[in-house]
Design a protein around this ligand. Structure first.
Ligand SMILES: Cc1cc2nc3c(=O)[nH]c(=O)nc-3n(C[C@H](O)[C@H](O)[C@H](O)COP(=O)(O)OP(=O)(O)OC[C@H]3O[C@@H](n4cnc5c(N)ncnc54)[C@H](O)[C@@H]3O)c2cc1C
Length: 294
């Protein structure tokens, strides 16, 4: 079996891990720069636009093509599969070969897993959180330049880097707020608590998307960031599945909610039935007292 993995350089080590899980005879990689990954051949191409990636990848012969589950590669993968008239599946988390290819992926915001069977050849996009990067196992046996003949129909006019304030996926302690917070000004006490705890601030989608009290990169969940802190302190958050899926890998979840039946109680290690406006000032006072006395 021949597997082609294709992506920008940073995601290639995870895709190679995913490919190796099938023990194929041949793994080839396509990327825009040289990367140290143990593949039979690395093809380096000058690619940036989706149209050009699609043209380059559609020309290749393979049994299975693995791409990262990013917005751009989901589009590229679907177009490559359509051009070749082969199967396409997105967000694969586990791959098995048993006659046909069996792919597992999350459904219902993480409440279930579905297994799908597809004949080969196929194009898949892979959930990058589901695979560890392959490391320290060698360089490509061969490196070649790939010439791509591409006349894109869609051209890039401008790309501006956004100043991301924070990378929540690396935070060890997170103080997260939901609609239990009554007004934007009350974020001050949350900032104070976070600063005393050395924590990052996160939120539910309504707080960033609807109220615009915090930037988009701080909203946790299905349509936001996935986090895995040691402590996730959820203040005034009901615990809808679309939010919970974003912190399910947290080590300890502590939540404060006035409603004893709030669904977040089911996913909390410590569930405090209380008003966050009473709890937060008391926490700040107690941490200050302890810091002052240490
Ligand atoms: C397609 C889709 C995708 C979505 N993706 C996301 C996502 O990625 N992330 C996300 O967060 N949401 C997402 N949502 C929205 C999600 O369904 C919920 O609506 C949202 O998470 C609820 O936010 P919340 O907990 O802040 O608000 P609410 O559900 O309104 O909960 C507020 C909670 O605060 C409690 N409370 C009120 N006052 C206090 C107080 N003084 N002290 C303590 N507790 C108090 C209440 O009892 C309640 O439980 C998505 C929805 C859809 C349809």
């Amino acid at each position: 079996m021949k597997v082609i993995v294709a992506s920008d350089p940073s995601n290639l080590p995870k895709l190679v891990s995913a490919a190796k899980s099938l023990s194929p005879e041949v793994i080839e990689a396509v990327s825009t720069e040289e990367v140290s990954v143990p593949v039979d051949k690395l093809l380096i191409a000058d690619l940036s636009l989706n149209d050009c990636w699609t043209s380059a990848l559609s020309e290749m012969e393979f049994d299975l093509m693995l791409l990262p589950s990013t917005r751009d590669f989901k589009e590229i993968g679907a177009r490559v599969a359509a051009r070749k008239g082969i199967s396409y599946l997105s967000d694969a988390q586990e791959l098995e070969l048993g006659g046909q290819l069996v792919v597992s992926r999350m459904v219902f915001s993480g409440r279930g897993v579905e297994r799908l069977k597809t004949p080969l050849p196929a194009v898949l996009t892979v959930d990058l959180d589901a695979f560890e990067p392959i490391s320290g196992t060698g360089d490509p046996s061969e490196v070649e330049e790939l010439k791509v003949d591409c006349s894109p129909r869609i051209n890039l006019v401008e790309r501006r880097e956004r100043e991301a304030e924070v990378d929540l996926s690396k935070a060890e302690i997170i103080v997260s707020v939901g609609r239990g917070l009554k007004k934007k000004e009350d974020l001050e006490m949350i900032r104070e608590l976070a600063s005393l705890l050395g924590a990052e601030i996160a939120c539910t989608r309504p707080i960033s998307a609807d109220f615009k009290w915090l930037p988009e990169e701080r909203h946790v969940g299905m349509t936001g960031v996935r986090v895995k802190p040691k402590v996730y302190l959820a203040l005034g958050i009901s615990g809808q599945i679309q939010h919970v899926v974003g912190f399910r890998d947290a080590e300890t979840v502590i939540s404060v909610n006035t409603d004893p039946d709030a669904p977040i109680s089911e996913v909390s290690d410590y569930f405090i039935v209380a008003d966050l406006y009473e709890v937060v000032p008391k926490l700040i006072e107690e941490i200050r007292r302890r810091k002052g006395s240490s």
